[in-house]
Design a protein around this ligand. Structure first.
Ligand SMILES: Cc1ncc(COP(=O)(O)O)c(C=O)c1O
Length: 348
């Protein structure tokens, strides 16, 4: 066991999901592209419809327990995966849950929002200009809960905290252990970049384990400069928790902010085409907010000649698939545009 693994073991972790998740080779899409393509299936974590959050929450809820909390409080967009999985985790560990959601156009009682109601979270819907800026509203809710005698634990947007990032240290160690040469064969590792928690933990783990391939973050909401600032924050916090050298060489990494579209959650044509491409090649669904965007970035880089035949690439599938159902109108229109849905249905 190396230093990173040994230090990680010292942190308490609530067991929320069965791991390891599979690392699937994608033979058909890989053949089409001439790549050795692997998909880390964190969409298959088995807490209520899966995704990245169970790994993060395993460490954060352990902290909540240490603090004696009885209520988890968090926030997100109307189709927040994090709201779904925090609610599910709260139920699993016997806590209450309050989710503060910012009103947006994806407010159908469908997908993630539907699941949040089904699991009985207290839902507070607020109007803010930017859903990544909900902290004030959540802190007010925490104050009200305290006044009512509850012991709330605030989990920031996307579940990203120094401790929760440990979940992706553990997750990335798991991925490396599943690769034939423990990652030495990799030419690139693609991940989503929202708050940057997953990205930073992936980068740090690869470097600590001596894997030097480029780590490529596809931003889903922020410009490159903000993503880089976030990397500084989480890098410092993680090095501190894990007793790693803050100034260690980070090697090659990239953050691409040109796949976002108009705004966070915009189901771009490239994203929807990427979902269709993987779905029809491998029977695996991506989501319109995170994993579809990551795949759209990978495919665009491939189309631009970035990855020569035989390159070995891992992409993290961080989940989010329930949002497909809240986006069904726009996806239906896209399927029609591509001639996939027969517009004269039903057939005579
Ligand atoms: C499915 C999915 N992938 C990725 C992310 C972003 O992860 P991070 O904020 O650690 O960059 C989120 C955030 O909510 C998510 O729901």
């Amino acid at each position: 066991m190396n230093h990173l693994q040994a230090t990680l073991e010292q942190y308490p972790r609530e067991n929320l999901t069965r791991t390891p998740t599979p690392l699937d080779m994608l033979p058909k899409l890989g053949d089409q592209l001439g790549l050795n393509l692997y998909l880390k299936r964190d969409d298959l974590t088995d807490l209520t419809l899966g995704g990245d959050k169970p790994r993060k929450l395993e460490y954060e809820i352990a902290q909540a327990r240490l603090a004696g909390a009885d209520t988890l409080v968090t926030c997100g967009s109307m189709q927040s995966n994090h709201a779904r999985l925090t609610t599910a985790a709260a139920r699993k560990v016997g806590m209450e849950c309050v989710v503060v959601l910012s009103r947006d156009q994806w407010a159908k009682i469908q997908g993630n929002l539907l699941s949040v109601y089904l699991m009985g979270a207290q839902v507070e819907i607020v109007d803010v200009a930017d859903h990544w800026d909900l902290e004030e509203s959540v802190l007010t809710v925490c104050k009200q809960l305290r006044a009512a005698g509850k012991r709330p634990h605030y989990i920031p947007i996307s579940g990203t905290t120094p401790h929760s990032c440990l979940g992706y240290i553990r997750g990335t160690l798991e991925t490396l252990s599943q690769l034939p040469q423990r990652g030495q064969e990799l030419d690139a590792f693609y991940v989503p970049c929202g708050t940057g928690g997953i990205f930073t933990a992936t980068l740090l783990t690869l470097r600590e384990m001596g894997v030097n391939c480029p780590v490529i973050g596809i931003s889903v909401n922020r410009d490159e400069a903000t993503c880089r600032d976030n990397l500084e924050t989480w890098w410092g916090a993680l090095c501190n928790l894990l007793d790693c050298d803050l100034s260690r060489d980070r090697g090659e990494y990239e953050i691409h902010a040109n796949f976002i579209g108009r705004e966070y959650g915009d189901p771009t044509e490239a994203c929807l085409d990427a979902i269709i491409k993987l779905g029809s090649a491998e029977g695996i669904l991506l989501d319109p907010v995170y994993s579809g965007k990551v795949m759209s970035g990978l495919l665009a880089h491939h189309a631009a000649g970035r990855w020569p035949a035989g390159s070995t690439i891992v992409m993290l599938h961080s989940g989010g698939v329930p949002a497909l159902f809240a986006y069904h109108d726009v996806i239906e229109a896209h399927l029609k545009k591509r001639g996939i849905v027969n517009q004269t249905f039903p057939l005579e």
